[in-house]
Design a protein around this ligand. Structure first.
Ligand SMILES: *Cc1c(COP(=O)(O)O)cnc(C)c1O
Length: 422
């Protein structure tokens, strides 16, 4: 237990240490439950920041990790290879949208996006038509490195770094009823700005506040890019692995991107790993006997064998277990409970896509720094829930093993918060 007065050298992610908020010490986890070192328990309603899919310490994934750890811990992945990575690459090509035949490994969602952007620029340069402009979707989020912040929404969280961020073309978010403005802006930008690529989070913008848009719009955005020869990058770092009700969100629009970014649930959430999948056109643009045309990217832990083994176990779970049934069941449970919030005046804009439910708490300014966020956070933490709102947006993005009783506990606390917090 870390109490505010106690000194820890740890500098936490997205944490204002000056507020002295409690930072619980977690000793172990299983399923949807986090066990505190002091014996308290929390229900993990946000999958430990969107990574855990099946549940914490999933036995098959844990066993695969143990087994691989005894055999090969780490290997340089330039000019050398190993079975876990080969198996995983074949497995990913088999389940990804059609046409994504090449797999480049890295180690985080941000890196998978950086790789995607570099692939796009390499593609254009090697074709002898250099292009560097990137089109992005308003309210998008793709990571916290300089490159990924550049293609994400600008705000208080990146104000200090603004001078280093590169310029992009921003396409308005296709809010319900405003889809045509989005499509027109994309078409005009593709025509006039010679962009290298357009990057999107398919169907739901996660860190932007769980903003949902339709599969038809996604399909039309993809078609516009195809018509203009602009590369279409789907960032499925959050939406992948069943979150939106299908294995990948792109499936609902019946589309294949030119580049697909995967991470978070790739290992079931157990270990850091990422993959950027690309079409033969992009791979072939780098293929030559000229070393100057190769793809210049690596990170030390690229395709770490233990992480790849965890991902292979995850793929086996998807192949062999009724994961889709669990997902539909969770979706239905979320719907029932969201519907029961009807009439709570302070809760607005209830929405659900796949396993994700979200709503807005009225009050405050609605931005990320709204004072309501930390208060709700503490309120839920005191009631045994890891449920970390983004500003006024309260959302549940749970592991697929969460039980009806656990969800009831979460929704009861949300109702209570709607009464108690003003
Ligand atoms: C989380 C996220 C990322 C960044 O992933 P990290 O592993 O945190 O670097 C990128 N894109 C999307 C859509 C995300 O949700």
């Amino acid at each position: 237990m870390t109490s505010p007065g106690q000194k820890s050298p740890v500098w936490h992610a997205f944490t204002q240490h000056g507020l002295g908020e409690e930072i619980p010490l977690i000793a172990r986890a299983s399923g949807a439950t986090l066990h505190g070192a002091d014996g308290r328990r929390w229900i993990d309603c946000i999958s430990s920041w969107w990574v855990i899919t099946h549940g914490h310490c999933e036995p098959r994934i844990q066993a695969a990790i143990r087994d691989q750890t005894d055999r090969l811990d780490q290997l340089i992945f330039a000019g050398w290879t190993h079975e876990p990575a080969e198996t995983l690459a074949r497995g990913l090509v088999a389940i990804a949208p059609a046409g994504l035949d090449h797999v480049f490994f890295s180690d985080s969602g941000s890196t998978s996006v950086e790789v995607a952007l570099k692939m796009a620029l390499g593609y254009w340069l090697n074709r002898g038509e250099p292009r560097h402009r990137i089109l992005v979707l308003e309210h998008g989020y793709h990571g916290d490195t300089i490159g990924t912040m550049s293609v994400g929404e600008r705000g208080v969280y990146n104000r200090a770094y603004q001078p280093l961020l590169f310029d992009v073309g921003t396409i308005p978010f296709p809010a319900a009823g405003q889809e045509q403005a989005n499509l027109d802006a994309l078409d005009a930008a593709c025509r006039n700005e010679r962009p290298a690529a357009f990057i999107v989070e398919p169907l739901v913008l996660g860190a932007g506040g769980m903003l949902v848009y339709g599969a038809e719009t996604l399909a039309r955005m993809r078609a516009i890019c195809a018509r203009h020869g602009v590369l279409f990058i789907a960032d499925e770092v959050m939406t992948g692995w069943g979150r939106t009700g299908t294995l990948f969100a792109c499936e609902q629009a019946g589309i294949s991107p030119d580049i697909l970014c995967l991470s978070k649930g790739l290992t079931g959430g157990a270990l850091p790993l990422a993959a950027t999948l690309a079409t033969p056109a992009i791979f072939d643009a780098h293929l030559s006997d000229d070393r100057a045309r190769m793809f210049f990217h690596s990170s030390s832990y690229t395709a770490n064998p233990v992480a790849c083994a965890a991902a292979n176990a995850n793929l086996a779970i998807w192949r062999e277990e009724p994961v889709m049934d669990r997902i539909s069941c969770l979706a239905a449970m979320q719907d029932e409970r969201l519907a029961a919030l009807d009439g709570r005046g302070r809760i607005r804009a209830r929405r659900r896509i796949g396993t994700i439910a979200a709503m807005e708490f009225v009050e405050g300014k609605g931005d990320y720094l709204s004072a309501l966020g930390p208060r709700l956070n503490a309120f839920f933490r005191d009631r045994g829930l890891l449920l970390r709102p983004m500003g006024n947006t309260v959302y549940l993005l749970p592991p697929y093993c969460i039980s009806a009783a656990e969800l009831d506990q979460a929704y009861a606390a949300i109702e209570e918060a709607a009464e108690a917090i003003g």
